[in-house]
Ligand binder design. Sequence first.
Ligand code: CAO
Length: 549
Amino acid sequence: MAKQDVVVPDIGADSAEVIEWMVQVGDQVAVDDSLLVLESDKASMEVPSTVAGTVTALLVKLGDSVSQGTAIVSVEADADDAADSGSTEKVSELAPTPAAAEPKVETAAPTAAATVSAEVEARVPDIGTEDAVDVIEVNVAVGDVVAEGDTLIVLESDKASMEIPAEVAGTVSSLSVKVGDSLKQGDLIALVQGVSTAPVVKPQSPDVGRANVPADLVSAPATNTAAPSAPNPQVARAAQPAASGGDSASIYAGPAVRKLAREFSIPLAEVAGSGPRGRILKEDLHAFVQKRLEQPATSTVAAGAGIPAVPAIDFSAFGPIREEPLSKIGKVTALNMQRSWLNVPHVTQFDDADITDLEAFRKSLKDEAAAKGTKLTPLPFLLKACAMALKDNPKFNSSLSADGESLIYKDYVHIGFAVDTPAGLLVPVIRDVDKKGLLELAAEVIELAGAARDKKLKPAQMQGACFTVSSLGALGGRGFTPIVNAPEVGILGVAKAQVQPVWDGSGFVPRTMLPVSLSYDHRVINGADGGRFMNQVVAILSDIRRLTL
Ligand code: CAO
């Protein structure tokens, strides 16, 4: 078995970048199987194998710049192949004959020095096939001024899409093709009234000259006879690097579109193509960007201004998966969380409240609460403490105006509390907390939490909060950083109360300590404001007689 290196054939460009591997070490390949995808300024192309056998080494890596003759893959040729032809023989078989190595069509000599008024025929160059191929885009109209290299039309065969560029700068004086036409090499595309003073090339015959061939799209052997030969690249609907398991084969876009996508970091795998057979057009990129710009208001996973999106990952590449749509509540929560997180500069302060006496008092009210058909948990005490602190620290009971120019102070104290429901997080609002008693609040918590879990909350019962309390105390935990429910400016997180040894000045005594965390909008509230609010909440919880002050 002979080892052979497959090399980069004539790619019609000085160099191209390796953008995707289509094989890996150990793969069996047949002659003409695609090995990798190269991309030059204008074209992307799959490079096929010249040898049948087993891939033993990849000689270049993604991102490498390669040129004609660069060895890309080592292949251990199949025994038959090797026996039949031998590696050297095989190579020589594939090597171009001197004649074949010449440009397929003689480079057309300039027939005239272009003048301002010279009219140049733009014809279909050697497109590597004798079959007619479809015009899928016409990129110019009569009267358009084109620069040399501007795309006139895009052709598409079964395997390739290719942009046909203008050979001269000038004005399109007539157009001979339309979308849907089938064209062959030499067919007239347009007449361009040249404005260049440089010599221009006018093909002598429909057998167009090399000068008219988009260099990066040719399938004919190149002019460089010395270079190792291989079948020419198929200019293909080549893929993006197969990021995250994306189906690269399904990405179908021309080089210009790919370049634009790269420049704007647009993930082509996420762009819907509106061109023939799903080809992605520049318009599709525009539409995609437009949609992304509008998304922050409508999507739960949108990237904000300038914030890179989290890449899409094909998790099935790592093991079995199951996908379930988010509930409506889940989507709204995600959107609200993201909006608050992105808009509000958060600061979180932590403290512990000694609720030993509060707990003793609460437990002493247990029977009384039960007699009234309710249950008194620490939450109503927390609501009362926050209501008092909100009244004494009015900035916490405010919201920034939408234009960010003023603060809107509220003379009411409505507090939301987070409820964990099977459908997701809901935040019912208790109105006028400052005016209600503990047992009244306890009853309202139970009623609203029940309605939330039974999906019976009315929209009005979830509106108008000035502040939120999020209690995870029944679940445990030592503390967390709650996210402000904008346009509110503060939220109190409550973790699990635990008996801890506390130094009382002469010894350690067991005290029930409640961890609390206060997050606030640092645009409105500074650290000192936060500290004062937190101190007051902790002081009230530590000595609930303060509620009567
Ligand atoms: N520390 C220790 N124990 C606590 C406690 C705390 N901080 N808070 C409550 N408990 C106790 C209660 O006293 C009760 O015990 P008893 O039955 O022995 O009296 C038990 O935990 C259960 O309380 P509860 O959960 O039924 O009642 P609650 O008033 O404390 O909370 C509600 C009500 C609706 C807030 C709660 O059920 C809930 O849904 N919490 C989740 C909130 C949430 O998800 N926050 C995160 C939002 S961001 O994702």
